[in-house]
Design a protein. Structure first.
Length: 703
């Protein structure tokens, strides 16, 4: 690894300087996530990738974002084969510990946050069937998006084409998986629109893992005049009685990876979700230099989850029961002014903005039994009215003092308030109301040096922070002996540094490389994790050192090669106690942070025959072993998996038809696709499926 990096940062510049790749700039996509205005990713002093609609949708199940995110270095997206729990998504190790929703990484859909002000996000409502691109940003500049922005993932819905377009598609595969979708789009009389709906169902790879999910997404854009526009985005998701198979112990995983823990069947562990949200974006260009954008959004999400909490743990008066009932309403506004000007006679761009977001939550807990009947909603054991809101202000600037230099800087000031009003006060269970406030200023700096039209070197630095989410504040102990929110948790604060290069090799190849170092104080870690109930603590200092490589090339004969490699050394810099402070549970300095592989790789070799419309690809993925807990007592083993896929596209008049098929895990390897970090019952492992297939077809008509 060190020799390879030495070559990239020394020999490669000399090679790229000789390329004179004036036309190759088209290989670098335009992105908006980094600077909030469209720019070439090649010029920016940061790591950012764009996944096109082809990477998102071609020959894919369109069931999980992990299908596309596997192509991004530095990002680990684990499909848990458990639709009662969201994907595990981490960026440079941030978010790897999450057991509920997505945290540590901020999610946006058409500019509307899918991450709440407490830092917890969801991706179940994202419709991949109508997504045009996904931008993924890592590193220091992610901090400009505020709380819990260890990385930023922004999804953008496609625009309608002139006229009317309709498309229907269906996919079916192993384990009784079926997805159907319908999409209508077009542009008429100044209105651009896309509407899509899909339904996904599966019996599940594991026992007790069946799921059904219905999603809908709509985007309408109105041209008000030659300087202003209005965009309306709405989406919804519904999942009813989705089975939760829980994790497996090492013995269970080795004996039968398709099995389920007995407690999941005993309590019929499951979750239901119902969410609707809407967003409105108004944009006005006063002239070629000034632009104002205002975003408004709001929504509601209800969650009912039945957990496997033993009856004995629910008898104390302080217990929160074994059923979680969440009713959430959220809303926000973002105002942004962008101005282009000159500084010392050179181009300069400024962005000023402010945002306010709030989440109101009714959190109730019930017993998961009535008499001798288990897995049903029983007596009320918890009742809280919770609120979190943030008010942030930010400024971002970019200046080109010379044709070979680009300077970028930004500052965001964030204030986040949490408050809980306890409405369940009984004998033995006192009033646990309280509040806590977190605040942080996160500066970032970056510089790009253009050695040639084909090679850029860059460096960036910044600070970030991460508050606990309401779910991480929810419990002080898993035993149920202490109630109320865990307001003693502090926000984790981090400092990031990155050095990288971006090379355009000829007119058909690109290479990106980055080195980074991250120091974090008060890292948030799992103290205990049992029966779906997680208790968190601050664990002192951690450090992350890593490298990311990405290479893409294509030839005129239709062959294309893509490769993404990540290396991450993430460890605790200080010792601390995990659980009771005994020798067996003391975490030593130098222990690996769980949930993060040291190495990961994705490679794809594809061929496309332009005249016939046929294409085929070979995909390879490697993930090194992953530690399951802070004391590094066990690991999910490393694995190497191979997938193959092929498809055919034909156009006849105004009709377009597509067929595809794919086989995943061709070698039928047995491995754990994800782990539940610090699971107290040592049921860490969530198995990935063996060899499985998928086939699909779509038919579209334009008029």
């Amino acid at each position: 690894m060190p020799r390879l990096l030495f070559f990239l940062f020394t020999a490669l510049p000399a090679i790229a300087l000789a390329q004179h790749a004036q036309k190759a700039i088209s290989l670098a996509p335009m992105v908006v996530t980094a600077t909030r205005s469209a720019q070439w990713s090649f010029d920016l002093p940061l790591s950012i990738d764009q996944l096109t609609s082809v990477a998102i949708r071609e020959d894919q199940p369109l069931a999980n974002m992990s299908e596309a995110l596997v192509r991004v270095p530095g990002v680990i997206a684990q499909n848990r084969q458990n639709y009662a729990q969201d994907l595990q998504i981490s960026s440079r190790g941030f978010g790897a510990r999450s057991t509920f929703g997505v945290r540590g990484v901020r999610i946006y859909v058409d500019g509307i946050p899918a991450t709440m002000p407490d830092g917890q996000g969801q991706v179940s409502h994202i419709d991949l069937g109508s997504s045009n691109r996904i931008e993924v940003m890592r590193g220091p500049f992610s901090a400009l998006y505020g709380n819990s922005s260890g990385g930023v993932i922004a999804v953008f819905t496609e625009n309608g084409k002139p006229g009317w377009n309709m498309q229907g598609d269906v996919e079916t595969g192993s384990f009784g998986s079926i997805r159907t979708g319908l999409k209508v789009s077009g542009q008429q009389n100044g209105v651009n629109h896309v509407e899509s709906v899909s339904r996904f169902s599966t019996d599940g790879y594991r026992e007790h893992s069946a799921a059904q999910r219905t999603t809908g997404n709509a985007k309408l854009r109105f041209v008000l005049d030659d300087k202003s526009s209005l965009a309306l985005v709405g989406n919804a998701v519904q999942m009813q009685e989705v089975d939760d198979p829980l994790g497996l112990s090492r013995t269970q995983f080795d004996a039968n990876p398709r099995g389920v823990n007995a407690s999941a069947l005993l309590f019929n562990t499951r979750k239901s979700v119902d969410q609707q949200q809407i967003g409105l974006t108004y944009e006005r260009h006063f002239d070629s230099d000034d632009n104002v954008q205002v975003k408004l959004y709001g929504g509601r999400r209800t969650t009912m989850q039945f957990q496997a909490i033993p009856l004995t743990a629910q008898t104390p008066p302080t217990s929160a029961g074994g059923v979680i009932d969440l009713q959430r309403q959220y809303s926000g506004i973002d105002f942004r002014l962008t101005r282009k000007c000159e500084l010392a006679g050179k181009p300069c761009e400024w962005t000023f903005g402010a945002s306010y977001d709030q989440l109101d939550e009714d959190r109730r807990g019930y017993e998961n039994f009535i008499g001798a009947t288990l897995g049903v909603q029983g007596r009320l054991r918890r009742d809280e009215a919770n609120r979190v809101f943030n008010f942030d202000q930010y400024v971002q600037a970019q200046w080109e003092p010379h044709s070979r230099w680009l300077l970028a800087a930004g500052l965001r000031n964030s204030v986040i308030h949490f408050r809980s009003d306890d409405r369940y006060v009984t004998t033995g269970n006192g009033n646990d109301s309280g509040s806590v406030r977190y605040a942080a200023a996160t500066p970032v700096l970056g510089v790009t040096h253009r050695l040639s039209p084909a090679l850029n070197l860059y460096a960036s630095w910044g600070k970030g922070f991460e508050t606990p989410t309401f779910n991480e504040l929810s419990y002080r102990s898993t035993s149920g002996t202490v109630t109320g929110l865990n307001f003693g948790l502090q926000a984790a604060k981090s400092e990031h540094a990155e050095l990288g290069l971006k090379a355009l090799i000829g007119t058909q190849a690109t290479l990106n490389a980055a080195l980074f170092h991250i120091d974090t104080d008060n890292e948030l870690t799992v103290l205990t994790n049992s029966g779906g109930r997680s208790v968190y603590q601050n664990a002192g200092k951690t450090r992350r050192d890593g490298a990311e490589l990405q290479f893409n090339t294509r030839w005129e004969n239709g062959i294309e090669l893509y490769a993404a490699y990540s290396w991450l050394k993430a460890e605790y810099a200080e010792s601390f106690c995990s659980g009771a402070c005994a020798v067996a549970t003391r975490v030593a300095a130098g222990n690996r942070i769980p949930g993060m592989p040291r190495q990961s790789w994705f490679g794809e070799l594809s061929w496309r025959h332009a005249r016939s419309g046929f294409h085929a690809a070979l995909e390879t993925r490697y993930v090194s072993r992953v530690y399951v807990d802070d004391i590094n007592s066990d690991t999910a083993p490393a694995y190497f998996a191979v997938n193959v896929r092929a498809g055919l596209e034909k156009k006849v008049g105004r009709w377009t038809g597509k067929l595809f098929a794919r086989i995943d895990n061709l070698g039928d390897r047995r491995y754990a696709g994800s782990v539940i970090v610090n699971e107290s019952n040592r049921r860490f492992f969530e198995p990935a499926p063996g060899r499985n297939f998928l086939a699909g077809a779509s038919l579209a008509h334009q008029w």
